[in-house]
Design a protein around this ligand. Structure first.
Ligand SMILES: Nc1ncnc2c1ncn2[C@@H]1O[C@H](COP(=O)(O)OP(=O)(O)OP(=O)(O)O)[C@@H](O)[C@H]1O
Ligand SMILES: [Mg+2]
Length: 243
């Protein structure tokens, strides 16, 4: 039985114009899909186009050519508002820069997607605190983002992306600002959540050990998305996630 993808890309290319007017091709003819309960990593040199690719997958940027489908819906006919509404219903995006709202506390930032989704915030408060505890920053719940370290901000952004238990988590270097120990905690935590909620994870990382923990591994090179491991790795058993 074939499983329909959560997200699919068909022949996606992206060009940017440089300040001197040159057209640079960053991504060319990329076709890719991810289905339920799949984990994928994308590595690649700095500037190779990983964030550009994630932004296109997440509907935050448009391809120069090619198509993007969310749950088999062609997304380019949707308005920005429609896209935003659809996005929050199934996708949690962890940005490379944490993108927190400066005026809101940590807890309010995490609950923000709940508010945007028009849901009752109250039942989500304990879940938000639970996430903060798992990410070792529960003591910062009432703090504002500018008083946090870069790594703490990153963990708040992770909690915010997870609060609605998304079907797909897109994580752009979520451990870039973290020390080795906390980075491993975050990756194992993301894998554990994916298993519990049958979510999928698309992880961009420079860390090859983390990349290899995912079932499928890709790299972006010369604008192409190249598959690194051909076999589908089984999802690790729960016991082996304990750090
Ligand atoms: N809006 C834009 N306009 C022009 N060029 C852009 C734009 N966004 C990205 N680029 C260029 O596209 C290339 C790929 O950028 P991208 O951010 O996708 O790289 P990356 O692989 O995520 O790098 P890193 O590992 O450093 O985060 C870079 O050369 C960047 O300068
Ligand atoms: Mg990037």
């Amino acid at each position: 039985m074939s499983v329909s993808p959560i997200i699919a890309l068909e022949n996606v290319s992206k060009q940017f114009r440089s300040p001197d007017g040159q057209i640079n091709t960053i991504l060319q003819n990329i076709s890719f899909s991810i289905t339920t309960n799949q984990t994928c990593s994308i590595t690649g040199e700095s500037g190779s186009g990983k964030s550009t690719l994630l932004n296109i997958i997440g509907g935050l940027d448009y391809p120069s050519s090619g198509s993007v489908f969310w749950k088999e819906k062609y997304i380019h006919t949707f308005s920005t508002d429609q896209l935003a509404f659809l996005r929050q219903s199934f996708l949690g995006f962890i940005f490379q820069s944490s993108n927190l709202i400066p005026e809101l506390t940590v807890l309010e930032n995490i609950l923000f997607p709940v508010r945007i989704a028009g849901k009752n915030i109250q039942p989500y408060r304990s879940q938000a605190m639970e996430l903060l505890q798992q990410l070792n920053i529960a003591n910062q719940a009432q703090q504002i983002p500018e008083k946090l370290s870069g790594g703490e901000r990153q963990r708040v952004a992770i909690a915010r992306a997870l609060i609605l238990c998304p079907e797909l988590i897109i994580a752009d270097e979520p451990t870039g600002n973290l020390d080795e120990k906390n980075a491993a905690v975050v990756i194992d935590f993301l894998l554990k959540l994916c298993n519990e909620y049958h979510s999928s994870l698309l992880l961009v990382t420079h860390n090859t050990i983390f990349a290899e923990k995912m079932q499928r591994s890709f790299t972006v090179k010369s604008g192409e998305l190249i598959r690194l491991n051909m076999g589908l790795r089984p999802i690790p058993r729960k016991e082996s996630w304990t750090p």
